[in-house]
Design a protein around this ligand. Sequence first.
Ligand code: ADP
Ligand code: NI
Length: 226
Amino acid sequence: MLVTAEIISLTVDHIRNVLANDSSGHDWWHIDRVRRTALEIARQEQADLGVVELAALLHDIADWKFHGGDEHAGPRAAREWLERNHVDPTVVDAVCGIVAGVSFKGAGVATEMPTLEGKCVQDGDRLDAIGAIGIARAFAFGGHFGRPMHDPETPHQLHESFAAYKAKHSPTINHFYEKLLLLKDRMQTSTGRRLAAQRHAFMEAYLKQFFSEWNADFGRQSPVNA
Ligand code: ADP
Ligand code: NI
């Protein structure tokens, strides 16, 4: 086995340390949920569990959202960490490829993962962006970056490039239409698709209620912003 219990344990300690005190929805418990979900998917899909676990642990080690938009910061930090700990080069390449490709980059930008292990980690990460936890994380992120919760005068946009997606600072409700509601159709494993369907339905019910309260229509109308 190329991925040892020791490197997993060292990586857990390292990541807990790197992400300590995060209040934007990218804290250690996000990483832990993604790890558990990705491993569950990997068991169903018969993927390499060691690569999936290491990549899930390292996937947000230096996210571009917190590093001036630099999308190479994550794979670079993951590689440094793995090489410093003498991890097998084939594992290093597999894990860093996943860290480089995992992130959502805009509605019009394809981000399919080429490997089965990558599909497991990306589905695990995206499942944590939807459903009850996804809603909580979106508002935590918006608050952290000083975004308004909702602004009915700011229409949502489907971004055609990563540059346009990065540059946008939309209110949090827009983020549902710009990313979160699109994720169920971008799942790459059958286990991911099944889990996403239920979480997606929950978000739709949540938005219906949100707009009913916002519009003070007392449940008489459906969402205006959908
Ligand atoms: P990804 O790499 O696909 O962006 P992450 O694990 O980094 O996934 O988490 C992204 C999460 O951060 C989103 O699902 C959401 O909860 C939050 N987030 C990112 N951008 C925004 C935004 N503009 N408004 C609100 N939440 C956001
Ligand atoms: Ni993540």
